[in-house]
Structure formats: C-alpha cells, structure tokens
Design a protein around this ligand. Structure first.
Ligand SMILES: Cc1cc2nc3c(=O)[nH]c(=O)nc-3n(C[C@H](O)[C@H](O)[C@H](O)COP(=O)(O)O)c2cc1C
Length: 197
C-alpha cells in the first residue's frame, strides 16, 4: 500500500476534521492509504514540554513519515494570515531532509480553516506552500473542474481546501467544503501514485 502523509495542526478541532476528510479522499485512490499525523504545540522554555505521545488523536509526526510517504497533505489553522507556529516550527526542523533532497519531486497539497470569511485563507495556503516548494515538492491544487469550487459560498479555493469556521467555531463544514477536502485528498493521492510509478 502506498501511503500519503496527512499532517495537520489543530487547536479547536476544525482542521482536524478537515484532515479526516482529506484522508478519506486519499483512501478513495486505488492502492493508497492515509497516514495521519499531527505536530505538538510549541511552548516557551519555562513551560512544560509536550508529552512524547499525544493524550488523544493522531500521533506526532517524525521525519521518517515524510521520507516514507509518497505525498503530503498539510493542514493548519490560519494565524494572522499565515500557518500556525507549531506547523512552521516543525518545518524548521526538516533541514536535514532538505539537504539530501528527500522530498524533491513528491506532490503536496494544503488546507486551512479560518474564523472569518476573508481572514486570510488564500494567504495561509500560499504561505504553507513555501517550505514545500523549497523542498522541491510539486503542488497539487483544486481545479475549477470541481463543480463545488464555483458553487461554494464559504471555503474552497484553487490553492487548496478551506473552511470558514466562524468566530466561535459555530459553522459546521459545509457540503461543498467537505467535498472539496475529499477531492483534494483524492487528487493528491492519484498524482502521487502516478509519480511514484
Ligand atoms: C492567534 C490566532 C490568530 C488567528 N488569526 C486568524 C486570522 O488571521 N484570520 C481568521 O479568519 N482567523 C484567525 N484565527 C482563527 C482560527 O484560524 C480559526 O478559529 C480556525 O478555524 C481554528 O482552527 P482549529 O479549530 O483547527 O484550531 C486566529 C486564531 C488565533 C488563536
């Protein structure tokens, strides 16, 4: 079975739910399975370090997950129009892999959630692409051949999947947002399987 890494950070659960939908899309591709992982919170040195294993949810990612998987779907909440610090902190630890070109040529896709409709979904998605491009990864987006991209009145962009969660996370993932998460996972896995031969 070829594996796609679905790597997310989520504080209040919206991006975790999106990650599960992206993983569902990955598993629709013949011969593909999703490996779902998260990253620990970052804390100032005087605070307690993160436990080695999370109390619940996906296990923490290790560099070998990036090496072993044939593609990566990356999800983070929007933080001031950018990815959240724990996800950026993780990518800052991947220099060794970058030096040896471990991810060069593998495909990647991105997804995010925001409190407000125009609060920076696109900028966050593009910011998440930057470390992936430095690693030589091939970005997979969502084309307008996906009917939901035209129909959505909330999240969903050509740059990747997105969700408008509302200020109090009161908005459930809409049907178009959900289908676009699944479509992104499926497209990523299809491309990754082709590239991996
Ligand atoms: C420090 C901080 C910065 C944020 N910045 C933005 C922002 O720029 N735009 C926005 O719409 N929402 C912003 N949010 C809200 C989160 O992106 C939003 O609640 C998201 O759905 C949370 O995802 P999660 O449930 O996976 O943690 C911010 C939240 C925090 C805590």
């Amino acid at each position: 079975m070829k594996e796609i890494l679905v790597l997310y950070y989520s504080h209040t659960g919206a991006v975790r739910e999106m990650a599960q939908l992206v993983a569902r899309g990955v598993e629709q591709a013949p011969g593909c399975a999703a490996r779902v992982r998260t990253v620990p919170k970052v804390a100032a040195a005087h605070e307690a370090p993160a436990p080695a294993v999370p109390a619940s949810g996906a296990p923490y990612v290790e560099l070998k997950d990036l090496e072993e998987c044939i593609g990566v779907a990356l999800g983070s909440p929007t933080r001031f129009g950018n990815m959240a610090a724990p996800m950026k902190y993780f990518w800052d630890s991947t220099g060794e892999l970058w030096l040896k070109g471990g991810l060069a040529g593998k495909p990647a896709a991105v997804f995010t959630s925001t409190a407000t409709l125009h609060g920076g979904q696109e900028t966050t998605l593009v910011s998440m692409m930057l470390p992936l491009l430095h690693h030589g990864m091939v970005i997979v987006g969502l084309p307008y051949t996906e009917p939901d991209l035209r129909a959505t009145t909330s999240g969903g962009t050509p740059y990747g999947a997105s969700h408008h969660a509302g200020a109090a996370a009161e908005r459930p993932i809409s049907d178009p947002e959900r289908r676009l998460c699944i479509a992104l996972g499926r497209r990523l896995a299809d491309v990754a399987a082709k590239l991996a031969g």
